[in-house]
Design a protein around this ligand. Structure first.
Ligand SMILES: *[C@@H]1O[C@H](CO)[C@@H](O)[C@H](O)[C@H]1NC(C)=O
Ligand SMILES: *[C@@H]1O[C@H](CO)[C@@H](O)[C@H](O)[C@H]1NC(C)=O
Ligand SMILES: *[C@@H]1O[C@H](CO)[C@@H](O)[C@H](O)[C@H]1NC(C)=O
Ligand SMILES: *[C@@H]1O[C@H](CO)[C@@H](O)[C@H](O)[C@H]1NC(C)=O
Ligand SMILES: *[C@@H]1O[C@H](CO)[C@@H](O)[C@H](O)[C@H]1NC(C)=O
Length: 501
């Protein structure tokens, strides 16, 4: 009886706290947490009192967020282990946020699940017991992760955009899910729009793939953005920003090689379009406060495009620079310095990243690739980092042509289950604990190549220190707070950990 009562209280406590453990499953490449309509793991509640610290850990063989806690000591003279010292920390960039893209394919996959599982999935990304994504990228029309190629005005020569209209994909897969996500995030989800291509008739190729804008459609193409924001607003969705073009360099790759939606801009064309059309059109409109994010392409091309934000005429409209990670191997981290302007403060945001096909369910290495990219972008001043598709199926689709990719959440549409991969937990540590408006701290440490960390001061006054251990041994870490008190802990082998105090 005593035991039963005890079990009852444990269950009640677990229920009241709303915390659910990972239902872990071994897969070909590692481990995932399995969710469905009836169960899904959540993040344990943040509960830090004065003089204490809380640590959340995810490791290659233990998915989910495992919480532990401990006490800060007044000081330490021991040689405990690696040291992260915040005593003389200085303040760096502000955190903007983390998130993913509401592609058509993400919507199709989410809606392939039973209602309860959809709820658990959206809560995993956006809810208060999930990782609380604060950014969402919304493709304007189709992308490679759609089931057809389309734009919002495929009516030839429609200079006045009389035939502009949102499509079934917006009404069924994007708007309803965005609205649910927005609500789960307590209305604090910042959305930005990105276009893959202009309507074929505005382009010199007359195709969805490749090509540049015809001269006579420069203004029409800026007006198209306003139409998009107006239509979404009518549906109850408001935006925070836009990018000037998804991967403008793709537009110069011949369609035989790259048959995907794209629109090319040379640097000169981009400067002209931003300074004469997009910039003035946005700033004179009811959407004048939108953040205009330049580049939205590989960091490798920053050198070529940096005059877009350095130039007085186009640069005055630019608020930030977006980078994709796919060609990171071809340019050192230091090229991110080119995302800065000598004339004004610009934010830097990773606007798209993902791992390629096939889906490698449970791959820790893929989670690790996210963690390492986020940490190195943050060293160079990034304020946030975005994943690509929020959700894909087990084949890494659906997609327009055969170009499957991996995603942090994979649905099994025959069982109504979905799998949260290491990439989800990798994103989660940053998104959940480095809340928007936190300030990143420059700190002293003696970490080695296998250990990396990011520290930040959160708006709620807590300090967050993320410690990533790439090594196959656990490591002892000592963190010294701004005020000189000390916490000592051990981080598991192949793990990411967030310490809050
Ligand atoms: C880091 O520095 C602390 C204090 O100076 C020292 O005790 C510790 O041995 C160092 N750790 C490593 C791995 O160098
Ligand atoms: C912090 O800076 C102060 C003065 O700027 C210096 O005296 C002190 O030694 C520094 N402490 C550490 C731990 O570096
Ligand atoms: C939303 O607000 C509720 C009530 O104030 C709070 O419990 C919850 O944690 C918040 N959720 C998010 C995602 O901020
Ligand atoms: C379900 O997922 C499989 C891949 O696992 C895919 O081939 C199929 O088209 C999907 N079905 C639906 C209805 O989304
Ligand atoms: C998805 O569901 C199918 C059908 O029930 C099953 O055979 C398959 O193993 C499931 N996939 C995973 C990764 O569990």
């Amino acid at each position: 009886m005593v035991l039963l009562t005890y079990i009852f209280f444990i269950l009640l406590f677990t229920y009241c706290k709303g915390y659910h453990e990972c239902n872990q499953k071994k897969t070909d490449y590692g481990y995932v947490c399995v969710c469905d309509s009836s169960k899904c793991d959540t993040v344990p509640e943040i509960d830090v009192s004065t003089g204490k610290f809380q640590m959340f850990s995810t490791s290659s063989n233990k998915m989910g967020f495992t919480a532990s806690s401990g006490t800060l000591k007044p000081s330490s003279n021991t040689n405990f282990g690696y040291k992260i010292d915040l005593q003389n920390s200085s303040v760096k960039q502000k955190v903007i946020g983390f998130g993913g893209a509401f592609t058509d394919s993400s919507g199709i996959n989410i809606k392939s699940l039973p209602e309860g599982a959809q709820k658990n999935l959206l809560n995993s990304y956006f809810g208060s017991s999930g990782v609380q994504y604060s950014l969402g990228r919304v493709p304007m029309g189709g992308t490679d992760f759609s089931i057809r190629q389309y734009t919002y005005d495929d009516h030839d020569g429609d200079l006045e955009l009389k035939y502009f209209s949102l499509q079934n994909e917006d009404h069924v897969y994007k708007i309803p899910l965005i609205k649910k996500a927005y609500k789960l995030s307590n209305n604090s989800l910042n959305l930005f729009a990105s276009s893959w291509t202009a309507p074929p008739w505005m382009k010199n190729t007359d195709m969805y793939a490749s090509g540049i804008l015809k001269d006579e459609y420069y203004q029409t193409w800026a007006d198209y953005y306003i139409k998009f924001f107006q239509e979404y607003k009518k549906s109850g969705v408001n935006f925070w920003g836009l990018t000037t073009q998804n991967e403008p360099v793709d537009g110069f790759v011949p369609s035989l090689v790259f048959p995907l939606n794209s629109l090319g801009f040379t640097t000169a064309q981009m400067k002209k379009w931003v300074s004469e059309n997009l910039g003035p059109t946005i700033r004179k409109s009811e959407f004048k406060d939108l953040k205009i994010i330049a580049h939205d392409d590989q960091r490798t091309f920053l050198q070529i495009f940096s005059s877009v934000w350095e130039d007085d005429d186009s640069g005055k409209y630019i608020d930030g620079v977006g980078v994709h990670w796919y060609w990171d191997a071809f340019a050192p981290n230091s090229v991110l310095e080119l995302a800065k302007s000598s004339k004004k403060d610009l934010f830097l945001l990773g606007t798209e990243a993902c791992n390629g096909a096939p889906v490698k369910l449970g791959s820790w290495e893929r989670g690790q690739s996210y963690i390492k990219s986020i940490i190195s972008d943050f060293e160079y001043g990034a304020g946030g980092w975005m994943d690509f598709n929020l959700v894909l199926n087990q084949e890494g689709g659906p997609h327009v042509i055969l170009n499957p990719l991996d995603s942090p959440i994979i649905v099994n549409n025959s069982t109504g289950e979905f799998y949260k991969q290491p990439m989800y937990y990798a994103m989660g540590h940053f998104s959940k604990f480095l809340r928007p408006d936190s300030v990143v701290l420059e700190v002293q440490n003696n970490l080695t190549a296998n250990l990396k960390s990011v520290a930040a001061l959160r708006p709620d006054g807590l300090t967050a220190v993320i410690v990533y251990n790439e090594g196959s041994e656990s490591a002892k870490v000592e963190v010294i707070s701004k005020g000189g008190s000390v916490l000592q802990t051990s981080v598991p082998a192949k793990s990411i950990n967030t310490i809050l105090f």
